[in-house]
Design a protein around this ligand. Structure first.
Ligand code: PHE
Length: 347
């Protein structure tokens, strides 16, 4: 049998135990564990006192229960007091550690920008898309037929020497020009045709203005009644958008096996306005691309009736346009990925 005075002293010693340990709790988590060890309904030392009710004489049961409940209430309040003090301390520490010094200098964030070749390529595509051109991207590996023969440059044609070729096998090569795209498109599309074909081309050529790999953009228009003046009109619009409203073009006779007549296109010098300067080497004009009226033989090679249709084509080097636009005098600067150079070229 258990009596009340015995219970009372048990309660007092548990209270003392709670006071002693709770004061020492390092943090709210530790305190929570401590609280559980006294008040958990299954394992708590205080809660366990209730289980002894069975051994208490009937007339003392009510007082016994009351005493245990009071002790539990006291413990709950006591734990809560200490818990709120600990939590306050913990919050303070957290705020302290998360404090931001707004007077600190900011970390420098490097901003990326598009490579000048991509920028120029996008700009050119935008301009020609506005004139109704769509983009056709061919493949960098071509066979001899598409890169040369179909473009009216058979095996023994001297014009093959104009483009020093990287052959992968007697039949396959790295395309030397995006003109190969013309053939693929004309073989598969009926006129009217209006395409742009941008992409990498390869030639065994290496100096300040030439690189073994560079980027070309081909333009091709085939329809009824297309003439050289359509070419001139399109290119005038194009140079004004790229180099400024005051610029114009001039056509000089040239030779390409796949165009007849063929022209070399110059833009009036945007640096000196045509008076003559270092950029235009005193001539007032800068050569920017090759072009011409599509040779009837090329149309026929692709199954297009040359008595009904005619076309013009042009091919330009994107690096050359980028070098002119950004005043770069060595093509290598575009390929070395030197951020000190690229950072300065941001449109
Ligand atoms: N393919 C020629 C070159 O690479 C450029 C060109 C394209 C000329 C289309 C005329 C017509 O030099």
């Amino acid at each position: 049998m258990k009596d009340l005075s015995e219970l009372q002293s048990q309660i007092e010693s548990l209270k003392a135990e709670i006071r002693e340990h709770a004061e020492k709790a390092a943090n709210s988590k530790g305190l929570y564990e401590l609280k559980k060890s006294f008040l958990d309904s299954k394992q708590g030392k205080l809660s366990a006192l209730m289980k002894e009710m069975a051994q208490v004489p009937a007339e003392q049961k009510a007082n016994f229960g009351k005493a245990v409940n009071e002790a539990k209430q006291w413990a709950l309040g006591f734990f809560e007091d200490i818990d709120s003090k600990l939590k306050e301390k913990e919050m303070k520490l957290r705020y302290e550690s998360e404090k931001i010094d707004i007077s600190m200098p900011a970390k420098m964030q490097k901003k990326g920008n598009l490579h000048p070749i991509t920028t120029v390529r996008n700009q050119l595509i935008d301009i020609f898309a506005g004139m109704g051109f769509s983009v056709y991207e061919g493949s960098e590996i071509e066979n001899d037929y598409y890169n040369f023969t179909a473009l009216n440059t058979p095996q023994d044609h001297p014009a093959r020497d104009m483009q020093d070729t990287f052959y992968l096998s007697p039949e396959f090569l790295l395309r030397t020009q995006t003109s190969s795209g013309q053939i693929h498109v004309m073989e598969n599309t009926k006129p009217p045709i209006k395409i742009l074909s941008p992409g990498k081309v390869f030639r065994s050529d290496d100096d300040a203005t030439h690189s073994p790999m560079f980027t070309q953009m081909e333009g091709l228009v085939v329809d009824e009644g297309i003439t050289l003046s359509d070419l001139k009109g399109s290119l005038d619009t194009f140079v004004k958008k790229v180099f400024g409203d005051e610029t114009t073009t001039r056509l000089r006779p040239s030779y390409f096996p796949f165009t007849e007549p063929s022209v070399e296109v110059d833009v009036s010098c945007f640096e000196c306005g045509g008076k003559g300067c270092r950029l235009c080497k005193g001539t007032g004009w800068i050569e920017i691309l090759g072009a011409g009226v599509v040779n009837k033989k090329v149309l026929e090679n692709c199954g297009i009736d040359s008595s009904k249709y005619s076309g013009f084509a042009f091919g330009l080097g994107i690096e050359r346009i980028a070098m002119l636009k950004y005043g770069i005098n060595n093509i290598k600067m575009l390929f070395e990925s030197d951020l000190r150079v690229l950072d300065q070229i941001d449109d």
